[in-house]
Design a protein around this ligand. Structure first.
Ligand SMILES: *[C@@H]1O[C@H](CO)[C@@H](O)[C@H](O)[C@H]1NC(C)=O
Ligand SMILES: *[C@@H]1O[C@H](CO)[C@@H](O)[C@H](O)[C@H]1NC(C)=O
Ligand SMILES: *[C@@H]1O[C@H](CO)[C@@H](O)[C@H](O)[C@H]1NC(C)=O
Length: 409
C-alpha cells in the first residue's frame, strides 16, 4: 500500500507561487506575516505535564514531513501503544493518510517507503508533484487499499476536511467536517484525496469535491479539537511544530522562504471557530462559482496578500501542544550532506520546499526523527522496548531489548 502526503497547518499565503514551484508534496507551512510572533517553539519542557492516559491518537498535517509520522507509527505499533484496526485514529492531510494506512495494517517503515515511492513517481513523470499530486495519490490508493477499506476504517478512523459552503456564493462560512464513516472504497479514496487538497497543488483546481460538496485540505479548518473525540485523552502528534531542543534562530541561509517573514506564524486560539482561519473579508471575495478553475496558484498570490483572491490561512499547528513533536524529546538531526544540525525553521521549510536534490534523504531523516521521538515518549510513558524474542526476528540484535522500530529503521 502506498500513498502520500499530508498537509500541515499553516498556509503560507504569499508563497503559493513558491509552493507550485516546489518539488513535492503538500501542505503546511507557516503563515507569513510580518507581525507574526515566533510561536513555533513550545515552552521549555514541552508544556504542562500530560497524563499518560489516552484512548485515541491523532495526527495533524505534515506535507512532506509525513515520514515523521511513519517513524512515530512504527514505534507506537511496535511498543503496543497503537493497535492497528482497534485504536481510534484521526488526522488531516498527511496525518489522515497515516491514520488510514496504519489502520489497514501497514507498518511505519512500509509507509515511509510508499511515500518516498510516490515522490519519486511524481518527479519521474512530471518533474514535479505540483498540480499533479493527487493523480499519484489516487492511483496508488485505488490499487493499494483493500476492497473492504470502508468497513475497516469506519468507526476507527476520523478524517478532517475543510468544507466550503456550497449554499453560499462566497468562500467564507466554511467549516470543519470530520468524516468518521465511509460508504465504500471509492468514498475512502475521495475523503483522503480531499483532506490533502491544497488548492492548485494537489490538483489543477482550487477545490475538490467530496460527496458532491466543495472541500479543501483539512488544515484550513481543523485542529486537535476537531480531530479528537476527546482532546484530553487523545495522544496528539504534530510534525510541524518544533520544540525547545532545536535551534530557533531564524537563519535566512537555512530557511530562505520562512526567514522572509521572520519565521513567525499567526496566532489563533482553539477552539477553532466555525469559519476558515483569517477568511474574514477576503474570503467573501472568493466566489465559489468562479474559483474552481482559478489555477495555477500564481493567480492567487502574485506575491501579495492583496491579489484578487488570496487564500485564507491554515490553522496554525504551532498553537497546539502535541504530546509528540520534533524538538521536544531530542535535538533535530544532523544533515549528512553538510554535517550541520537542522534548524527549526529549516525543518519547517522541509514540509513544503525541501531542496529537491535532498528530498528523499530528508524523508529518511524525518522518519528517523519520528522513530527517536516516539521511542523517547514511549520510554517515559510506560511502553518499554519489547525484548527481542528471537522467534520471528532472527536478525534482531542479540542483546535484548531492542524496539522493532529500531531494528527495522
Ligand atoms: C460571507 O460574506 C458575505 C458577503 O460579504 C456575508 O454577507 C456573509 O454574512 C458572510 N458569511 C459568514 C459566515 O461570514
Ligand atoms: C475526556 O477525557 C478526560 C480525561 O480522560 C476525562 O476526564 C473526561 O471525562 C472526558 N470527557 C468526556 C466528555 O468524555
Ligand atoms: C543556531 O543557529 C545559528 C545560525 O544558524 C548559529 O549562529 C548558532 O550558533 C546556533 N546556536 C547553537 C546553540 O548552535
Amino acid at each position: 500500500m502506498r500513498s502520500p502526503f499530508g498537509s500541515g497547518v499553516l498556509m503560507p499565503r504569499r508563497r503559493l507561487a513558491a509552493l507550485a514551484a516546489c518539488l513535492l508534496l503538500l501542505a503546511s507551512g507557516p503563515a507569513t506575516h510580518a507581525a507574526a510572533r515566533p510561536l513555533q517553539q513550545q515552552p521549555a519542557g514541552g508544556g504542562a505535564k500530560k497524563a499518560p492516559f489516552f484512548d485515541e491518537i491523532s495526527f495533524e498535517g505534515s506535507a512532506l514531513l509525513i515520514t515523521y509520522y511513519s517513524g512515530v507509527a512504527e514505534v507506537l505499533i511496535g511498543r503496543g501503544a497503537l493497535v492497528p484496526g482497534t485504536t481510534p485514529l484521526s488526522g488531516l492531510s498527511g496525518g489522515a493518510l497515516t491514520a488510514a494506512v496504519t489502520t489497514l495494517g501497514m507498518g511505519g517503515a512500509a509507509q515511509r517507503d510508499g511515500w518516498m515511492g510516490m515522490v519519486k513517481d511524481c518527479a519521474k513523470r512530471w518533474g514535479t508533484c505540483a498540480g499533479r499530486l493527487n493523480t499519484v495519490v489516487t492511483e496508488r490508493l485505488r490499487s493499494a487499499l483493500p476492497d473492504d477499506a470502508a468497513a475497516k476504517l469506519g468507526s476507527v478512523v476520523r478524517v478532517g476536511l475543510s468544507q466550503l459552503d456550497a449554499q453560499s456564493r462566497a468562500f467564507n462560512g466554511s467549516a470543519s467536517w470530520v468524516v468518521g464513516a465511509f460508504d465504500d472504497k471509492a468514498d475512502v479514496v475521495s475523503a483522503l484525496t480531499a483532506t490533502d487538497f491544497i488548492p492548485c497543488f494537489s490538483g489543477p483546481t482550487t477545490y475538490t469535491l467530496f460527496r458532491d460538496q466543495p472541500v479543501i485540505d483539512g488544515g484550513y479548518a481543523n485542529g486537535f479539537q476537531q480531530l479528537c473525540r476527546n482532546v484530553s485523552s487523545c495522544l496528539t502528534i504534530g510534525s510541524y511544530v518544533v520544540g525547545p531542543l532545536a535551534n530557533h534562530t531564524c537563519d535566512a541561509a537555512a530557511c530562505p522562504n520562512l526567514a522572509k517573514s521572520g519565521c513567525g506564524s499567526d496566532g489563533r486560539a482553539e477552539p477553532i471557530p466555525q469559519t476558515l482561519f483569517k477568511n474574514g473579508p477576503v474570503a467573501a471575495q472568493w466566489k465559489v462559482s468562479a474559483l474552481r478553475d482559478r489555477c495555477p496558484a500564481s493567480a492567487f498570490a502574485a506575491g501579495a496578500d492583496t491579489a484578487p483572491y488570496p487564500l485564507p490561512g491554515m490553522v496554525p499547528q504551532s498553537q497546539t501542544d502535541p504530546w509528540i513533536h520534533p524538538g521536544k524529546f531530542n535535538p533535530l538531526p544532523v544533515k549528512p550532506w553538510d554535517g550541520k544540525r537542522v534548524a527549526a525553521c529549516e525543518w519547517q521549510e522541509w514540509a513544503l520546499s525541501p531542496p529537491p536534490e535532498h528530498a528523499l534523504d530528508i524523508m529518511q531523516l524525518t522518519y528517523a526523527q519520528g522513530v527517536r521521538d516516539a521511542e523517547s515518549w514511549a520510554d517515559a510513558n510506560g511502553f518499554p522496548a519489547v525484548k527481542a524474542a528471537g522467534a520471528d526476528k532472527p536478525q534482531a540484535a542479540s542483546g535484548g531489548a531492542k524496539p522493532q522500530a529500531a531494528a527495522r529503521a
